[in-house]
Write a protein of this length. Sequence first.
Lengths: 639, 102
Amino acid sequence: MAVAFASAFFLFLSVSFFLLRHNVRVEMEHYAKSMVAIYADLAVYKANDLEHPIDTSFNDVLSFYGDYMCTWYRVDYMFAYVPDIKNGTITYLSVNWKEKKFGETDEDYMAGDVEEYVLTEEELKVWRGEQQFSVAKSGWFESGTDVSMAVDDDFGNRAMMCITVSISEFMNEMMHGFLIAAVCTSAFIAVLALFLYLSIRRRVSIPAGNISKKMGDYISGGKLSKVKLENANDDEFAMIAQSFNQMTDDIDAYINNISQMEKERERQRSEADIASRIQQGLLSPNYAYLRNCGIKAVMKPAKSVGGDLYDYFELDESRTMIVVADVSGKGIAAAILMAIVLTLIRQYAKIGYGPSDILKNVNLTLSEENSNLMFVTAFVAIYNSATGKLTYSNAGHNLPYLIHNGPVRLEASGGTPLGLFADEEYEDAEVEMADGDSVFLYTDGVTEAVNGNGEFYGTDRLEKVLKETSGTIKKYYVEAVEESLRSFAGETEQNDDITMLSFLARRMPVLELDYDVREFAKIRECLLDSFLPKSLIMDLCVAAEECFVNICSYAFDGPAPEGEKIFFSLEYSNKVVITFSDGGRQFDPRRDLPDTREYDIDTAVGGLGRLIAFTVADTVDYKYEEGRNILTITKLLIK
Amino acid sequence: MNISKKTENGTVTFSPEGWLDTVSSPELGDMVDAVTEASSLVLDFDKVEYMSSAGLRQVIATHKKAKALDASFAVINVCPTVMSIFRMTSIDRKLDIRAKVD
C-alpha cells in the first residue's frame, strides 16, 4: 500500500516536473529571443552611433554588453560571428559567457578566431533573412536553448548574434517554489489521508467489521442479529447496513415461512397417515378363518392411501361374500370413493342382494352423482358352503382364478365398470367349488407391477406361481405371489395399489375327539393348517393342549362312556376363538389356579398347565350347559 | 420323539428334538429316570420348538433327579417360544435356564 502510494506520488512528481520543464523551456525561448534582440539592437545602435561597422574590431563594444548581460541577465553564452558559408567556417566577432569575469578576456575564444562550423538549416534561413530567429536545443539533457538572429548595421555588414540560456538558471528558482509547493501539497495530502482514514474507519471499516462478524456468527450457527446503525449516517455503508438489516428480517421471515411450511407438511403427512390408518381400518382383517372358509388378503397402496379394496363377511351360517375392487385414480380422492364403494357393497349385501344386484345398485348410486367420471372395477362373489356353489358377478374387473388342481380363470359374467352407465345390467354366474378349492382375486396392480427394467409382472408369472402353490399342502397363494412379486420387482417403486385375496372353501373344523391325550395330534394339525402366524399357533397349541389334557384327565373317573366325544372348534376373523365341549363332570378350570410366586416346584403337583393356558389366552370363558362343559379360549389378533 | 443322550466327564446331556408335549414328554422322563450316576445333568433344548406343561413337568422331574444324585442341573439353548413358558410359570427364576444365544 505504502509502496504503491509512494510510486504514485513519484510518478505524479515526475509528470509535474516535465510539464513544468516544458513550460520553463517555452518561457526560456521567449526570454532568449528578447535577450538576443536586445543584444542585436545594442550592437547595431552602438555600431551606427560609433560609426564603426560590426566586425572583429567591434569586439570591445559587444564584449561589454555581452559580459553585462551574461552577469546580470541569466545568459550562459553570448556570441556574434560572421559565417563563411562556402568554406564552412565562422569568424567570431565576440564571445562572452557567464563564468567569465567582467571585462576578462579568454585565450580560447577570441574575437577574430576562425572555427569550422557548418550552419544548420535554420541558421542558414536566418542568415539569408528568410526568418527572424533560429532556435535549437543544446547541451546536456537539452538543458540549453540556443537562439540566433541576424543583424545588419548601416555600413552593410551582417553578423549572427547568438545567445544560449540554460534551463538550470530558471529551474533553480522554479524548483525552489516547486519544492515548497510539493511539501505543502504532501502535508495537505497526508492530513487529508488521515482524515479519510478516520472517516472511512468510522463509516466503513467499523460497520463492515460489524456486519462481517454478524455474518460470521450466523454462518457458524448463531442467530442472525441486526447491525447497530450509527445515527444520521446516510452514506452507502449505512445503506449496506440497512440492506443487511433488511436481509436479516427477510431471512428470519423465510426461516419462519419454511418452518411453517414444514409444520404444514408434517401435518399433511400425519393426516395422510391417519387417512391411511382409517382406510386400513375400514378393511376387514387380512386373514380370517370363518365357519366355511379361510381368507388371506393384502392391500398395499402405491401412495399412503389407495383406491383398491378387498372385503369379505359372513352373510349367514353358510354364505360368505368376497369382494375385490379397484377405484380409478389414486390418493385421497380414490380413497374416499373406495370408502363409499366399500360401504355401499356391504349395505346392499346385508339387505340380501346377490352379486349382480349388488353391482347394479352400487353402479346406479355412483352413476347418479359422478361429475368427476371416476369409475370402479369390482368383482363380487358369494360362496354357499351348503351347496358348494360360488355365485359371482364382475364389473369390468380382472377375472379371478378358480384353483382346483391348477389356476383356471372364471368365465366372464357381468357388465361395465361401476359409475359409468346408470342403466347397465349385470349378470350372475355360478361355479362349483369342492372342499379345499381356492379362488384367487387380484387387482391389475399385481400383473402390472414393474421391475427395474420396466417389465410387467404379467399373468404368465402369476399363473405359474399359483400352479406351483396349488401343489403344496398349505394353500398360501397370497404369500407366494407376494414373495414372487418381491423378488421380481425388488426395490422398484410401484405405480399402482397391489391387492390380492385368496379364498379357501373349507368347512368349519369341528373335531370330534376321544378322551385320549394322543388325540391332541389332530388339534395340532388343525391349528398348523390355519392361516395364523407361527408364533401365535404355538401359543394357541399350548393353551389348547393344556385344556384338552385337563379334560381328558379329569372328565371321568374311569374310561369315557361309549360314543362320548370332546368337540373342538376353531374360528377366527378379528380374534381367534377355540371352543372345547365335553360331557364330563362339571369343572370350572378357572378355579384354584396356583400362584407362581408361592409355587414350590419340589412339592406342587398340577395346576401348572391351566396356569399356562390362562396366561397365553386373552380371555377364558366357561359355562355349563345341557350337561356339557363349554370352555372358550379367546386370543385377540393385532392387525 | 427323538432324544439323544451323551455322557462326558460325568456330565449327562439329553437333547430332545421337536415338540415336548403330553404325548412325547414321558419318553424324556423314562430316559432321565434311567440315569444312575452323574455329576451334572443337562437338557439341551436346541432342537425343542414347543413345550407344554407336560414338558415342563419333565424338566422339574429332571431337576429332582439331579438333586437326588447330588448333581448340578441346567437347561440350555432355550428358544424364545419355550422360554416364554418358563417365564410365565416363574420356573426360570428357580432353575438354571439358559436362553439360546444366536
